[in-house]
Design a protein around this ligand. Structure first.
Ligand code: HEM
Length: 471
């Protein structure tokens, strides 16, 4: 039988502790009532995290309603230990399922643990192989240019919704394999409806009681989700019989062809749940990271100038450094969750079963011992310099590391230069956007507002802008 203190290497063990989970003591943390901590975590997340980190150090406990205890971990060695720990003891699927399962379904790679999780991961991963992604490049460029052509000239507009439109089109086109047809429009409409409801953080903690009536957020959410499920199931059924299935490069077709170690394919429900997972794990995260990159760049003319000059010369080192630095200083997902099944030691702390261990991306990536002037946006710090191990993990880690990390980076490496090549932009406000929470993500409070001041891509100037005069 596994030790109740299993899951982490011995060198991280503190004092011998009693093995009865109830006798273990949680790391220190704020003493406000749980409801106040929940409010701060939802409404003032960065202020709350910064404050806790100053007051309690690298490991602290946040106490939330319904007996939820989150142990935040911001020291790289401990983060490494959690990511490398025993996955039967530190369960990501279980932790994710609490909030995400109603959306992504029971077969989603996000909510599974153990062998079922590994099976789904192995079935999905090959669809994001570098060679396959290269086939999507032209589509991503085309989608980006079409979106730029809709931007108003000389008037402030928010970049984030526009980036969401790009990444949504990319998912529909290259993940679902549906192009600009009526079916594509229907999918986009259903996704937008569901996303708009899911943005309401009320859904995170509110009762999921349908008795609140058909207009309650939860009931509306279920209706919108089922409508999307139905559209995806129809797409899956048709695609199974597509004559060109084997030649297609989209992810859905790859998922239908994939076979596990026993030669089994995925069922329709499994494929549907993975499509919903890729959609919701991949579209807003990438769009928001792009919006942050523009917000930071436009407020830093020196970095912007250097990036544009390097792109013009055909180099991409500064582009990569800019993406790395954006993901560091503005991580879209601030923490990843592992449900602790048996008591574990983390550093000097004995963590009881039942809590959620949270490697804290936001805090670990702002450590003054790793980064000079840690809150500042400085892409130069990553020029010729890799990020420190476990001091940079915007995509999580271990066997749960983001399945779409290279896809997200691939998209950002195309969209950023396309935009900077096509138009000149200035920020709509003098200061960078504040970080605001939206559901589980950290987003720019004003959507990253900017103004198009000039059109530098003559193809867009000659055709598209003329066809779509500014709103
Ligand atoms: C900048 C964009 C993105 C960020 C910051 C991001 C971040 C993350 C993080 C923090 C996790 C949790 C990892 C953990 O628990 O250790 C995750 C998981 C995941 N992400 Fe992403 N992600 C991004 C884009 C994408 C894209 C484009 C896709 C696919 C189209 C995707 C698919 C997934 C999936 C399937 C998982 C679950 C992996 C598992 O549980 O095994 N993500 N992502």
């Amino acid at each position: 039988m596994a030790s109740p203190l299993a899951g982490l290497p011995d060198e991280l063990a503190g004092h011998q502790v009693s093995q009865g989970a109830s006798s273990l003591v949680l790391p220190n943390g704020p003493r406000y009532p749980r409801i106040v901590q929940a409010w701060l975590w939802l409404k003032k997340p960065t202020w709350f995290l910064d404050r806790c980190s100053r007051a309690y150090g690298d490991v602290f406990t946040m106490r939330l309603p319904m007996g939820i205890n989150m142990v935040h971990i911001a020291r790289p060695e401990l983060v490494k230990a959690v990511f490398g720990g025993d996955n039967d003891v530190l369960r990501a699927g279980e932790a994710n399922a609490t909030i995400l399962e109603p959306l992504v379904g029971p077969h989603s790679v996000l909510v599974l643990d153990g062998p079922e999780h590994l099976r789904q991961r192995k079935l999905i991963l090959p669809a994001f192989h570098g060679d396959r992604m290269r086939a999507w490049e032209a589509s991503v460029r085309e989608i980006t240019r079409a979106e730029i052509a809709r931007w108003p000239v000389g008037q402030p507009f928010a970049l984030r919704p526009s980036m969401q439109s790009i990444t949504l089109d990319v998912i529909v086109r290259v993940v679902f394999g549906v192009d600009g047809s009526a079916r594509g429009d229907e999918l986009r409409r259903r996704i937008r409806t569901l996303t708009a409801i899911g943005r309401n953080p009320f859904l995170l903690f509110a009762t999921r009681d349908r008795r609140l009536g058909p207009h309650a957020p939860w009931a509306r959410f279920i209706r919108a989700r089922d409508a999307l499920y139905a559209a995806l199931t129809e797409e899956i059924r048709q695609r199974r019989h597509a004559p060109d299935l084997e030649q297609r490069s989209d992810v859905l077709s790859q998922l239908l062809l994939a076979r596990d170690d026993e030669g089994r394919t995925m069922t329709d429900d499994e494929v549907r749940d993975e499509l919903v997972t890729l959609l919701f794990a991949g579209h807003e995260t990438t769009a928001t990271s792009l919006a942050w990159a523009f917000d930071l760049l436009l407020h830093d003319p020196r970095a912007l100038g250097r990036l544009v000059a390097e792109l013009d010369s055909g180099a991409s080192e500064y582009l990569d450094a800019t993406i790395t630095e954006t993901l560091r200083v503005r991580p879209v997902i601030a923490v990843v969750d592992r449900h602790v099944r048996q008591a574990v030691r983390i550093g000097g702390h004995a963590i009881p079963a039942g809590v959620i261990a949270c490697p804290n991306i936001y805090l670990a990536q702002r450590r003054a011992d790793h980064y000079q002037d840690p809150a500042a946006f400085r892409p130069d710090r990553f020029v010729g310099q890799a990020p420190p191990a476990f001091g940079w993990f915007p995509f999580g880690g271990g066997i749960r590391r983001c399945l779409g990390a290279s896809f997200a980076t691939f998209e950002m490496r195309i969209v950023l230069p396309e935009v900077l090549h096509a138009v000149t932009l200035r920020p709509a406000s003098p200061r960078p956007a504040r970080i605001r929470r939206e559901a589980v993500t950290f987003v720019p409070h004003d959507g990253a507002r900017c103004v198009v001041t000039g059109i530098t891509d003559q193809r867009i100037a000659a055709t598209d802008f003329a066809d779509h005069p500014p709103a």
